[in-house]
Ligand binder design. Sequence first.
Ligand code: C2O
Ligand code: CU
Ligand code: CU
Length: 424
Amino acid sequence: REAGRFSGELVAAPVHKGLAEHGKPTEVWAYNGSLPGPLIEAYEGDTVEIAFTNRLPQPTTVHWHGLPVPADQDGNPAYPVLPGETRHYRFSLPSGSAGSYWYHPHPHGHTAEQVFRGLAGVFVVKSRRDPLAHLRDIPLVLSDLRLDADAAIPANTKADWMDGREGDYVLVNGALKPVLALGENERVRLRVYNATSARVLRLALPGFEVWRVGSDGGLIEAPRREAEVLLSPGERAELVITGAAKAGRLIALPYQRGKMMSAEVGETLVLATVAPGPRVASVPLPKRLRRIAALPAPKVKRRVVLEENMADPKAMFTINGKTFDMNRADFVGRVGEVEEWEVINRADMDHPFHLHGTQFQVAARHDGRGWKTEPYRAWRDVVSLPAGQAVKLRFRQDQPGMRMFHCHILEHEDQGMMGQIDVR
Ligand code: C2O
Ligand code: CU
Ligand code: CU
């Protein structure tokens, strides 16, 4: 690895693996044969070159979720990589971009399937001035797995297409209920990824101190002690954990996301065991992690309304009354101009909202009773959006091109709950 340059190779292909409690091997689709895909770690300022080869039986792309890459390098559905083809993705990582990103397929109509068959990987951008660089850095990719009686991964059912697919198992870095062993009095930095299609993860680690130190787009301003961390599909959190006398469990608590096809909220799931080393004394975290300036008043304001329309099976999930059309720009924006989007969920279930190409700040949230400002400032690219609620997002796009925005329940995205802004 040369300074200033990251280059690598990714190959998406079917492979067989023994998963979960089944004895039989399962065909999964993986990057470089590993579940999740290989960890990509680069530094702010690096130029990244990735040669990607598609050995799947269908077209795919690689989308660099959350990264400010040029629009034609971002794995948009408009640039499919056909079976057997290789394409070179090239981009550079601007200063200030340190954060927890990921990569996953984004082909038109097949994103959900390719992700639930296993295609997803972590892309960490590091800063050379990282106040938490001394901590062991552990990405935890949470993904859903469903297996049929033959240990094969079945296609989506009609209910999956409506509600978004949830599996029978939630895997952590491709494994079922792994043990995370910590050293003596060790604090670790976890980068937790919700790489499921549709599951909202209400995470807790009873018995441990859990400090939130970052969101999708890097560190927040100051550590925050949290009892629970809510992660919508696509969303990430950086957490520092410490201070337990005995082993504990990372769990996902029940969450009501308003599914149409079932009223159940699920039971508490055990995701992993965390085994602490002996505790000597608690090491303090820095009080300040970084400064995040509020984005200035917007030049442009837009409304983005998410709806469900069960009467039309061809357009069940819409944004501003429409489904995705690759050849239509829903909005035209300007490079460098601050925009404020009021994103309103008029539907009956949660629809986590995601925007490509940049990070946004949540300026306010309407919980159904009134507007409230967020308790802390953060850079995000996915925001949870429960039924009946709304958010005001502020952002700037610093590069021209088509940028998608969509619900990150991947089955909804595939059915066209997606639009695009043409930034000029
Ligand atoms: Cu993570 Cu457009 O997606
Ligand atoms: Cu994305
Ligand atoms: Cu949705």
